[in-house]
Design a protein around this ligand. Structure first.
Ligand code: GLN
Length: 531
């Protein structure tokens, strides 16, 4: 049976529960345990696919086509193993399942209630992931903050599971904030005490406290927290603000968080943690030999989390090239034909980001035109690739006002259009082309050289596609469709062989970049931008 580690948060949101969960998982994995992480999000949306990126940041996509919270991206980047639909569950999905069962009559006339029906479904989902028997340890992160009305059923489920599984088989890590009052020159433990009381009133005693702090936790503070929160001083862990999320596993190692977990769960110790690759990654990250500036042209640039996986993929690719990649955020809405040169000429390359809807699209097209005409390395992802196709149609093929039908339904030249199987769909949730699809790369193309193979699988999240009616026209004019889905003939990659690095991909390579396996497309793009 797998052992469970529940991770809850207190005092405020945004303390980095996902990073702490991923760091614990990384340390246990480095000691030879097989670990997975799941996240429960207390909101009513069935999945985050319908959420605006301004709400919770990027929507992450798994191989099996689940639209998930961005923390799953951290899990994959840290652990280097893929996640799936079972790794992310929302309150909306829990209720949907219970209500569907009620409609089927599955509850045999009983009153359906939060306890036991909702909590049973939560526990079922928590345990489901370990059914395969492949994991020694499951880390279950509860989104939100203890004390929120929405998170109560989850805390209650943890309380029940602690009884059912026994305290040797599960434990709770509570992440809190220990603020520093500069006027008093002191760290304050009261918010943490209150947050632990809140957990206790729901029947859950945290086993380990991880304390986010700007200053070192003194022995006195550790003792005080231990006394008021009923745990050993060794179970009070300091989590100092780190320069990079990738430092956090090492900080947790220094605090012996892994050893505390191993001893509390009575796990037989496997081996000293093997973090050779991780540490070498950190070494290269901190000592870059080169520096470049890449423009990220998008419409959600005010919020860094909106392009989380892209930013992290650049960190990985930078390390692979011993190069510090500075990302310059550029609001696509503000780019015009007059200011485009001024905005882009100091850059070593541009990436045009994914997105939905009309806002900022014309600016993206201007940026692409500049990159194409000035031989500036260009990387387009999803909408970024679609904009590159539109730009080429308008300015090289001479198809005036060519467009994607997403932006102009009545365009005379629909070079990007809705797939047939998308036409009848009017429900928005979970209906895009989602998850991993195969793609065959053309022999001798740049993309094949980059991947070093002709058969790839990448993840998708979109409704619109390259319109194959224009296939020949594009190839003749110099933009080559060099990656095609072998089953549906959909175009997944375009490139301009004449240009030094001009690649547009319909899929999202950023989702598959990890610390141990930086994505080849990002690595190659950064390499080119360094020249
Ligand atoms: N809006 C485009 C589509 O649906 C692109 C989506 C994206 O960039 N993820 O096809």
């Amino acid at each position: 049976m797998a052992k469970y580690i529940f991770v809850t948060g207190g005092v405020t949101s945004s303390l980095g529960k996902g990073i702490i969960a991923a760091s614990v998982a990384k340390l246990l994995q480095a000691r030879g345990f097989s670990v997975t992480i799941q996240k429960f999000d207390p909101y009513i949306n069935v999945d985050p696919g319908t959420l605006n990126p301004y709400e919770h940041g990027e929507c992450y996509v798994t191989d099996d086509g689940a639209e998930t919270d961005l923390d799953l991206g951290h899990y994959e980047r840290f652990l280097n193993i893929p996640t799936s639909q079972a790794n992310n569950v929302t309150t909306g999905r829990i209720y949907q399942t219970v209500i569907n069962k009620e409609r089927e009559g599955a509850f045999l006339g009983k009153t359906v209630q939060i306890i036991p029906h909702i909590t049973d479904e939560i526990k079922r989902r928590m345990l489901l992931i370990s059914n395969t028997g492949e994991y020694d340890i499951v880390i279950t992160e509860i989104g939100g903050t203890v004390g929120d009305i929405e998170s109560l059923p989850y805390i209650e489920s943890i309380r029940q599971l602690r009884w059912e599984m026994g305290t040797d088989n599960c434990l709770t890590i509570h992440l809190t904030l220990v603020p520093y009052l500069s006027a008093a020159g002191e760290l304050k433990t009261k918010p943490t005490q209150h947050s632990v009381k809140e957990l206790l009133s729901a029947g859950v005693q945290p086993d380990i406290l991880v304390c986010r702090t700007e200053h070192p936790l003194t022995q006195a503070i550790r003792r005080k927290l231990s006394l008021f929160c009923n745990l050993a001083p060794s179970a009070v862990i300091e989590a100092r603000d780190a320069a990079s999320i990738y430092d956090v596993p090492i900080l947790m190692l220094k605090e012996k968080l892994d050893l505390t977990v191993i001893s509390m769960l009575r796990l037989a110790d496997r081996m000293e943690p093997d973090l050779k690759k991780w540490k070498s990654f950190l070494g290269h990250m901190k000592n870059p030999v080169n520096e470049i500036k890449i423009g990220l042209v998008g419409k959600y640039i005010e919020l860094q989390d909106a392009y989380k996986s892209i930013l992290e993929a650049f960190v990985h690719a930078g390390v692979a090239n011993e190069c510090k990649v500075h990302i310059v955020s550029i609001a696509s809405e503000q780019i015009t034909s007059q200011n485009v040169a001024k905005s882009l000429k100091h850059l070593n390359g541009i990436l045009v980001a994914p997105g939905f809807g009309e806002r900022g699209v014309e600016g993206k097209i201007q940026a692409i035109k500049y990159a194409r005409e000035n031989n500036l390395p260009f990387f387009g992802i999803c909408l970024g690739m679609q904009c590159a196709v539109v730009e080429y149609a308008r300015n090289v093929l001479g198809l005036k006002k060519a467009a994607s039908t997403e932006m102009d339904e009545k365009t005379k030249f629909p070079v990007i259009a809705l797939m047939d199987d998308q036409k009848g769909i009017n429900k928005k949730g979970g209906t895009m082309r989602l998850g991993a699809y195969p793609c065959t790369l053309e022999k001798g193309s740049k993309i094949e050289e980059i991947y070093q193979t002709a058969q790839i699988q990448e993840r998708h999240r979109h409704r619109f596609e390259f319109n194959n009616d224009y296939l020949d026209a594009f190839r003749e004019a110099g933009m080559h469709p060099v990656g095609v889905n072998p089953n549906s003939s959909l175009v997944e990659v375009v490139e301009i062989p004449e240009h030094r690095w001009f690649v547009g991909v319909q899929f999202h390579p950023e989702y598959k970049s990890t610390v141990e396996n930086p994505h080849p497309l990002f690595v190659s793009f950064v390499h080119e931008c360094m020249k």
